[in-house]
Design a protein around this ligand. Structure first.
Ligand code: AP5
Length: 226
């Protein structure tokens, strides 16, 4: 395929990070997860991190202008010339419009917005059992995807922690934010004819297989058009 500019959309806990990691391995493309970028900024104590922390801790979205600047810079980087995978961005209509403007300026277009669909009761189970690697943000689940050694990341051996925003009251707030601010993107990308829905209720490998299948279909369609 000429280039693959992908967006992963889905409610908190739908599996965007899990699928993003596996897509990055498959496709060898840069993977930009705004939640991970912001958590790293908080840990490093940068100005962006200081601004973002209070919003993240209470389950609100950080202001559009903060996050738009971060992502615009990354998609223009040389490493993203053959494409990129976005996880957690865009998350509002103004963010999606800014992304469209930035990509158009580069003479490119988005390939697909992949919506991972999971019902709310399953989301709550996933977030309450999630364990996240302190160092690299790698994601596990105590029941659905346990690490080989309890409390230790399989990838880099650092400690696994419970994210501050995975506390039940903050999760509820994040779900409300998703419904109000991010769900309108479903219609936005449907109108652009690039929305691809994926059933996210199977195991991580099943969902990954489904995404691989839809990317293979997009590739075949592109080849037929050429
Ligand atoms: P972010 O880190 O992006 O949080 P999120 O969107 O709420 O998504 P999560 O990371 O909670 O879930 P996920 O979909 O990646 O699921 P995961 O793969 O981990 O953002 C955090 C905060 O940053 C936001 O609240 C906001 O404040 C701020 N922010 C970020 N981007 C922003 C933006 N663009 N604008 C403004 N603010 C922004 O999976 C969850 C669990 O389920 C794991 O334990 C996993 O092992 C398990 N699991 C995954 N897949 C499966 C499966 N198929 N079956 C069973 N278990 C599974």
């Amino acid at each position: 395929m000429s280039e693959l500019n992908l967006i992963l959309i889905g409610s908190p806990g739908s599996g965007k990070g899990t699928q993003g990691e596996s897509l990055q391995e498959d496709l060898r493309l840069p993977y930009y997860a705004t939640g991970d970028i912001l958590r790293a900024a908080v840990q490093e104590g940068t100005e962006v991190g200081r601004q973002a922390k209070e919003y993240m801790d209470r389950g609100d979205l950080v202001p559009d202008e903060v996050i738009i600047g971060i992502i615009s810079e990354r998609i223009q980087a040389e490493e993203a010339e053959d494409g990129f995978i976005l996880d957690g961005f865009p998350r509002t209509v103004p963010q999606a419009e800014a992304l469209d403007a930035a990509i158009e300026k580069l003479g490119r277009r988005m390939t697909a917005a992949i919506l991972i669909e999971v019902p709310t009761d399953e989301i709550v189970k996933r977030l309450s059992g999630r364990r996240t690697c302190e160092q690299g943000g790698h994601v596990f689940h105590v029941d659905f995807d346990p690490p080989k050694r309890e409390g230790i990341c399989d990838v880099d051996g650092s400690a696994l922690i419970v994210r501050d925003d995975d506390k039940p009251d903050v999760v509820q707030k994040r779900l409300v934010q998703y419904r109000e601010k991010t769900e309108p993107l479903v219609g936005y990308y449907e109108q652009q004819n690039i929305l691809q829905k994926v059933d996210g209720t199977g195991g991580p490998d099943d969902v990954a297989e489904h995404i691989r299948g839809l990317l293979a279909t997009l590739k075949r369609e592109e080849e037929m058009e050429m």
